[in-house]
Design a protein around this ligand. Structure first.
Ligand code: XMP
Length: 531
């Protein structure tokens, strides 16, 4: 378990039993300005005690406590003297282990309900006599452990909220963390502030200061290199490191020839001119294009681009060393550290209950492989943050909105949005179409409302008519999706007028495209990118 070394923070540990909502619980707690961290359900009690949390939350999970192989808990947890809140499966486990009775009802109660509050629990302080709550459970508590009492009931269940205030053990059958329990956040606030006595000390300002101090401690006076892609994560990492270690940081920005229009200009302007970060710009577009000549298979494209990125990056680092050697003012010695914009969701060890580990559907290249190949030590200053927290940090560090709120862009760039061979001509067609999509989405105030909006160039030609001329040109597809994390997605119901404007402009202004189609597939079964 990796906890931040500033142990002065209040903190809540969330034991993950595989619920789809575990990360939502962590987010909700952090919204209360209290640091929270997710750990596996089987983290040894000694480790949990050593982390000195102010409170523990046991997440929900898909299992029944009676399932073979259901994730268990060491009951020692309930004797640590640390307040515990069990949510759904967490409550079932608590009741099961402390001598209550849990039955498997055989049906899953799913959906809204009303909680009737009684007995004046601290958990529901200020919340009145009844609450709308959201249920999703199969097991049910039918008899309470000794010393417990019911503090909330629903139509079908006498023990929907229970507590043993002496031992500070609390359980909820419903989910306070989801939006469908509208006042759930107040329940969590009561738990963290009044039961666990957490201070509101998790703020972006304090995070940035502490992260800077950690980085300084880790790297000392050594040099750090960072692959800047222009995406949110690497940009915030760069801004944070720049604040922490100034010119000990060098960013390498590789133009692989597969970028959107003006991308290299934006990144150089923001980082080189505004931030005065030492930025090495490497134009490797010809190398990448030469490599991709004749290649049409999506996975081959991705692999080639990923490997070439490593080669280019390695070469750039060697060039930097050479420059440093020639420049008396610069610090000598190698680049020992590689900085990466790893985020918290990439770090959480996922718990898979009764399922298989997620399969690799597409190989995602970014800087994967670099640390091993070049013996770098990693610096990951934002690995504790969720995406929206990274954005907050970016704004606080002074990054412009156009960087902080930009849509994700895949590492292999436009290559995976050009189906078939990637050529200069096709890149230029797609760039023009992409620029139109982006500017119309921005003008209509839709750009920041969706997860991604972009054009894809298809290897399909069709007949059209322009003036009196018959045309036989390319097809562009529009992909506009909403998503929480890119894992699942749905197409956005964009107003027809906006679709019409984008379509008209692309077919009128982009030479080489005479037909525009709109992709109405969700993920799954489709993916967001077409390759
Ligand atoms: P898919 O196409 O797998 O995409 O549904 C899910 C999200 O991931 C982005 N994506 C990538 N991001 N390197 C990245 O950094 C990649 O190789 C890559 N491939 C896809 C995609 O844009 C979407 O947001």
């Amino acid at each position: 378990m990796k906890t931040p070394d500033s142990s002065t923070h209040s903190r809540i540990l969330i034991l993950d039993f595989g619920s789809q909502y575990t990360q939502v619980i962590a987010r909700r707690i952090r919204e209360c300005q209290v640091y929270s961290e997710i750990v596996r359900f089987d983290t040894p009690v000694s480790e949990i005690a050593a982390a000195k949390p102010n409170g523990l939350i046991l997440s929900g999970g898909p299992a029944s406590v009676y399932d073979k192989g259901a994730p268990q808990i060491d009951p020692e947890i309930f004797s640590l003297g640390i307040p515990v809140l069990g949510i759904c499966y967490g409550l079932m486990l608590m009741a099961h282990h402390l001598g209550g009775q849990v039955v498997f009802t055989g049906r899953r109660e799913y959906g809204p309900g009303t909680l009737h509050i009684k007995n004046g629990s601290e958990l529901f302080n200020g919340l009145g006599s009844h609450l709308d709550v959201w249920n999703s459970h199969g097991d049910e508590v039918t008899a309470l452990p000794k010393c417990f009492r019911a503090v909330g009931t629903t139509e079908g269940c006498d023990f929907a909220a229970v507590e043993d205030p002496q031992r500070k053990l609390y359980g909820l059958q419903f989910h306070p963390e989801v939006a469908h329990t509208p006042r759930g956040k107040e329940i969590l606030q009561n738990f963290v502030y009044h039961i666990c006595h957490c201070a509101m000390d998790w703020t972006m300002g304090s995070f940035i200061e502490e992260a800077c101090a950690r980085v300084r401690k880790q790297v000392g006076d050594q040099k750090v290199v960072l692959g800047l892609s222009g995406g949110v994560d690497s940009s915030v990492t760069a801004a944070l490191l720049h604040k922490a270690i100034g010119d000990q940081l060098t960013c390498i920005f590789v133009n692989n020839g597969l970028l959107r229009a003006r991308e290299e200009e934006i990144v150089q302007r923001v980082f080189g001119e505004n931030f005065h970060v030492r930025l090495k710009y490497v134009d490797a577009s010809e190398r990448f294009l030469a490599l991709l000549k004749g290649v049409t298979d999506p996975e081959t494209k991705r692999k080639l681009i990923g490997n070439e990125f490593i080669n280019v990056f390695q070469q750039a680092t060697e060039d930097l060393l050479e420059e440093d050697r020639r420049n008396a003012a610069r610090r000598h010695g190698g680049y020992k550290f590689l900085a990466q914009g790893t985020l918290y969701p990439d770090v959480i060890e996922s718990v898979s209950i009764g399922g298989n580990p997620a399969q690799v559907i597409k190989s995602h290249h970014n800087v994967g492989g670099l640390p091993e190949k070049m013996h770098f030590e990693l610096v990951e200053p934002v690995r504790q943050l969720f995406k929206d927290e990274v954005r907050q940090a970016g704004l606080q560090l002074g990054l412009p909105k156009e960087i902080v709120y930009r849509q994700p862009f895949p590492g292999p760039g436009l290559a995976v949005r050009i189906l078939g061979e990637v050529t200069l001509e096709r890149l230029s067609i797609l760039r023009e179409a992409d620029t139109i999509v982006q500017s119309e989405m921005e003008a209509a105030d839709w750009y920041y409302k969706v997860w991604q909006s972009f054009a894809v160039l298809l290897p399909v030609q069709s007949v059209g008519v322009m003036g009196d001329q018959r045309t036989y040109e390319n097809t562009a597809a529009l992909r506009i999706v909403e998503s929480q994390d890119g894992m699942t997605a749905d197409w956005v119901r964009i107003p027809y007028e906006l679709l019409a404007r984008i379509s008209n402009r692309i077919s009128n202004e982009v030479k080489g495209v005479n037909r525009v189609v709109f992709d109405i597939s969700s993920k799954p079964p489709s993916t967001i990118e077409w390759e």
